[in-house]
Structure formats: C-alpha cells, structure tokens
Design a protein. Structure first.
Lengths: 52, 250
C-alpha cells in the first residue's frame, strides 16, 4: 500500500483531477446506461401489462 | 452438449433465456471491477515515469478494447443477419451499438485525461486518436441510420451494411501505433513480447477488462430484451411498408 493518508490517496501524486475525472466519467456512463435500460425495460413491461 | 440451440434462435424463446443470464453477468461484472479497482489503486505501485497518472490505464485500455471488440461483434451479427436474413441477429447488432459507442466515447475522454498531464495536450490529431474518433462517428452513424429509416426491415439491412463496411477501421485503429509514427504509446500487452508494465499493473488491467466484458454481456442482453419487447408491441415494424400507401401514391 503506497498511500500514507486519505488526502494522499485523493491527491494521486498531483494527478487527482485527471485520475478521478476518468474514473468518475466511466462510472457515470456505465451507471447511466444501466439506469436508462432499467427504465426502458420497466416501460416495455408496463406497456405489456396494460395491454394497450 | 444437450442444449437445443435452435430452440433459442427465435426472439420469443431467447427473451426469457437472456433474462436468466443477465444477473450472473451483472454479479461477475461487479465482482471483477471491484477486484480490479482494488488491485489498481492499492496493490499496483506508482509508475516511475508517469507517476499516478498512469492509473487511468485501468479504465482507458479496457474501454478502448471494448470499443473495438464490440464493433467487431456487432459487425459479425450484422453479417449473419444479412446472410441468413435472421431478425434476431439484427436485434443483437442493434443492442450492441449504444454500448460500443459509450466505450468509444470513454476511451477518447479518458485518453485526453491522460494525454493532458503526460503529453501536455488534451488532443492531438494522431493516427490512433483520429481513427478512434472515426469509430465513434461510425457508431453514431449506424444508430442514426437505423432511426432515420422507418421500415424496420430496411433499417436492419442498411445499418448492417454500414456496420460491415466500417469494420475495416478496427485493424487500422489497432495497428495505427505501428504503421504510423504516433504520439500514442505502443501496445501495453502483447502475446509475443514481455509486458512493459509491472505484473500487478497488468493484472489490474486484465481484471478490469474481464469486468467490462461481463458488463457488456449484461447490458447488451438487457437491451436486446427491450428491443424484442418493443418490436413485439409494434409488429408492423417488422413488416415491409404497407401496400395501401403505395396504392394511394399512384
């Protein structure tokens, strides 16, 4: 383990902004895709239930 | 194997099968990405040359690989669809495109996050970066073409042809770092050469890659289920343009 403290971990040796922006954007995109599919699936299921 | 695959080749039978597989892929994705992040941030050492900025590799390389893998898989389904005139194959190709586009976008974005501290530029018109940007436009083009054509059978075929033609860009992206003198570094992992990175760095990257694969399986299966359900709801989408319209046009 190379991190002496939590602050050191966040700083990422001075590259914190780039590293966390990369991982954050990836998490947002993947999480967003899952959420969007969840909604799409729920909408399709609801439409089928209503039988409209 | 005693599985009757033909049973699952129809959308009606495939829908519940996909539903059963999704949770397994989702759990595997979460576990692998969790382990990959742990190794990547707590086991892998700081890079001597690039400091901790190199850790972007743990999302950048898997995203870039998935952007190319998914394109090839999409093109294969498109080709099968065209060859056998198989509707489920077109549905698979349709389901893969958005995830492929997302990973292409992420590869470009995380690449620029890495380029700024290491090269001093967010973007350069380098062969690797430019060909990857073209891949993003290809995905967007394929999805737009599908939405632009109202008759679903024609939309299926047209986007499949576009996907197949564009597959030529994938080897160009892959070999761009060898064919042209680029700023982008060469392959991180190669079958023929010893890895240029520490063992734990390679491990973290490969585990993340496996996690992204599992994620892609889960998400594309979930999307193909939505596509099947939506097409069932509007069966007319699957049929050629209605004849009365032609009669009226005369």
């Amino acid at each position: 383990m190379q991190w002496g403290s939590l602050a050191e971990f966040w700083a990422m040796g001075g590259y914190g902004l780039y590293v966390w922006a990369s991982f954050g954007a990836t998490a947002l995109c993947m999480g967003g895709e899952v959420l969007a599919l969840w909604r799409r699936h729920a909408a399709a299921a609801a439409e089928r239930r209503d039988g409209a | 194997m005693g599985i009757n695959w033909f049973k699952y080749s129809s959308p009606q039978a495939f829908h519940p099968l996909a539903g059963k597989l999704i949770p397994w892929f989702a759990v595997a994705a979460l576990a692998l990405i969790g382990v990959g992040l742990y190794i990547g941030f707590f086991v892998a050492p700081t890079d001597v040359q690039q400091g901790d900025a190199y850790r972007i590799i743990f999302v950048h390389v898997p995203a870039a690989w998935m952007s190319m893998f998914l394109y090839v898989i999409m093109a294969v389904w498109a080709g099968i669809g065209l060859g056998l005139n198989a509707r489920p194959s077109f549905m698979m190709a349709q389901a893969i495109a958005p995830t492929g586009a997302m990973f292409t976008f992420l590869a470009l974005l995380t690449g620029s996050m890495w380029g700024k501290p290491t090269w001093g530029a967010w973007w350069v018109w380098d062969a690797r970066l430019t060909s990857e940007l073209i891949l993003l436009f290809q995905y967007i083009g394929i999805m737009l073409l599908r939405t632009a054509i109202e008759d679903l059978r024609r939309a299926d075929r047209a986007s499949a042809v576009l996907a197949l033609v564009g597959v030529i860009n994938v080897p160009i992206i892959y070999f761009s770092v060898r064919w042209w003198n680029t700023l982008h570094q060469g392959a991180s992992v190669s079958i023929t050469a010893a890895p240029t990175m520490a063992g734990t760095m390679v491990t973290a990257m490969l585990v993340m890659m496996a996690g992204f694969w599992m994620y892609s399986f889960a998400v594309t299966l979930a999307r193909v289920r939505c596509v099947i359900a939506e097409r069932e709801r509007h069966p007319s989408w699957g049929k050629p343009a209605a004849l009365p319209d032609v009669a009226e046009a005369r």
